[in-house]
Design a protein around this ligand. Structure first.
Ligand SMILES: [Zn+2]
Length: 166
């Protein structure tokens, strides 16, 4: 007996109910001829199917439904889940944006006071653009550029996530 036959039992069901394609049916039937395991399973399917078909319809006893209801314990119905519709604007996104803005202002102010620590500062601080916008302007420009670059780098992930939520 070929133990642990790899043929899917669902394919045997398809053969029994003639749901497979002709070619597939022919291959499975050829296999079943040699595989005791599959033959036994196909027999089991056939016997079960026959038994179910022979089982006549039964009429439930009179008052059966009432009897059933009596046996069921009365219980508090579960509260219906009511999905609340957002009629007011949620505050969380605004708080997140405010936190982001505060962090960005903090970074800009910190950078303004630390610009002298960077080696490039000595080379660029006399440029007219730098003199015009000042250390604060340079710090803001650097921070905004870094933010734009980070957002661009993350955009594929953000786009992918927004499509998942749909
Ligand atoms: Zn088999």
């Amino acid at each position: 007996m070929a133990a642990n036959c790899q043929i899917s039992k669902n394919r045997l069901l398809a053969v029994h109910f003639a749901e497979g394609t002709g070619e597939e049916d022919r291959l499975i039937r050829a296999h079943v001829q040699q595989c005791v395991e599959c033959r036994l399973y196909l027999d089991l399917i056939g016997n079960t199917d026959r038994w179910l078909c022979e089982w006549g319809d039964e009429n439930p006893p009179a008052g059966g439904f009432e009897l059933l209801l009596e046996r069921i314990e009365a219980a508090e119905p579960l509260p219906a889940v009511v999905k609340k519709r957002n009629t007011v604007l949620p505050i969380t996104p605004f708080l997140k944006i405010l936190t982001g803005i505060a962090a960005m202002v903090g970074i800009i102010l910190l950078l303004t006071h630390r610009l002298a620590a960077f080696s490039f500062w000595d080379k660029v601080r006399l440029w007219w653009v730098v003199e015009w916008i000042g250390p604060l302007g340079v710090a803001a420009a650097v921070t905004i550029c870094a933010g734009v670059l980070i957002t661009l780098a993350l955009s594929p992930v953000l786009l992918w996530e927004s499509q998942l939520r749909r």
